[in-house]
Design a protein around this ligand. Structure first.
Ligand code: C5P
Length: 328
């Protein structure tokens, strides 16, 4: 077999080709970086477990300015590397959602999944801010651009939903209603900009474990799971761009099970409240806690109070809403 037959696009071989490193064999312009935001759920209303193990829910997703960047570089094989926030805990094999996104997209486009993926993480790992989902959405958009697959936004959404419940929203960003298991997205009218402070915990939490704990607590209390829905006050607050109303309307059904599994989260939530947050919220399935501040000055005060809390590993400030996955 000749060297030419080994190249993905059947370029003619030259005498040096076999000796060159993978990355230098491809043009430097064959590289795409995509920035993808984290999310919080301003409302998260969870129904009973479904036969497929998921829960029907009604949620309001809100993308915030904490980002992962996914870089896709032309390559002959699929590889994955990672740096940044929590990188040591990120798997670098086919269990990683970004890896699976590249394989899924390649299959849909009828081509080999040949790409070098690199994740630069700013979103906490296993933090309830959909960092893994953001990486999957970023990998879809980056590989789509690199390979020129020509898939429509709808086709990308369908692939995103196969990868995870939170992946479609990461494509869109902004503020949006999520139904089904979270993968059905509809726009929500939202005005203005909100100041957020995020407290990262020392250890991550498993999303399935938190959903299971919710089912267990409801069963033990003899409670019927409600039909999922979002309060009108929250939607009104978003339409008005009123952060005080929004702070009062934040709801997350996963707060009770997450604090049951991790009682120290109560101290984190209380520390933010004591520091003047106008809204406190567990982010998704946790353990990250989110605090809404009246303005930038209040956000700085809340952030410095949280930095002193023993239950908090790190603190970040961010604005919401943020744009969805986009090529830089
Ligand atoms: O969809 P994703 O893979 O992100 O979900 C992770 C886990 O979270 C699921 O396996 C399930 O245990 C739980 N989940 C759920 N109901 C949802 C979304 C997630 O029970 N609507």
């Amino acid at each position: 077999m000749t060297a030419a037959a080994l190249t993905p696009d059947n370029e003619p071989a030259d005498e040096y080709r076999d000796d060159r490193e993978d990355e230098t064999r491809h043009n430097a312009s064959e590289r795409v970086t995509v920035r993808v935001p984290a999310k919080v759920n301003l409302a998260l209303s969870v129904g009973p477990p479904r036969p497929d193990g998921y829960h029907d829910l009604a949620t309001v997703f809100h993308a915030v300015g904490l980002f992962d960047e996914v870089t896709a570089t032309a390559s002959d094989t699929l590889t994955l590397t990672c740096e940044g926030e929590g990188a040591a805990d990120v798997p670098l094999d086919e269990t990683n959602l970004a890896w699976r996104a590249a394989v899924l997209l390649a299959r849909a486009a009828g081509r080999p999944p040949a790409v070098r993926l690199h994740l630069a993480k700013g979103i906490p790992v296993a933090g309830g801010m959909a960092g893994g989902s953001a990486d999957a959405a970023g990998a879809l958009v980056a590989c789509d651009a690199l390979w020129g697959t020509g898939l429509s936004r709808e086709e990308l959404h369908t692939l995103a939903a196969q990868l995870g419940s939170d992946v479609p929203f990461a494509l869109y960003g902004g503020t949006a209603m999520g139904t089904g298991r979270g993968e059905q997205i509809a726009p929500v009218l939202a005005r203005g900009e909100f100041h957020w402070v995020f407290a990262f915990a020392h250890e991550g939490l498993s999303t399935p474990a938190v959903f299971r704990e919710l089912d267990r607590l409801r069963e033990a209390a003899g409670e019927q799971a409600p039909a999922p829905g979002v309060d009108e006050e929250l939607l009104r607050a978003l339409r008005a761009g009123d952060s005080t109303l929004l702070g009062a309307a934040l709801r997350n059904d996963l707060t009770r099970p997450a604090t049951s599994l991790r009682p120290d989260l109560r101290a984190t939530l209380q520390a933010g409240r004591d520091a003047g947050a106008i809204g406190t919220l567990l982010s998704g399935s946790g353990p990250t806690c989110a605090f809404l501040a009246a303005d930038a000055v209040a956000a700085a005060a809340i952030a410095s109070a949280l930095e002193a809390a023993p239950s908090v590993r790190a603190v970040r400030r961010a604005l919401g809403p943020a744009a969805g996955a986009h090529v830089l």
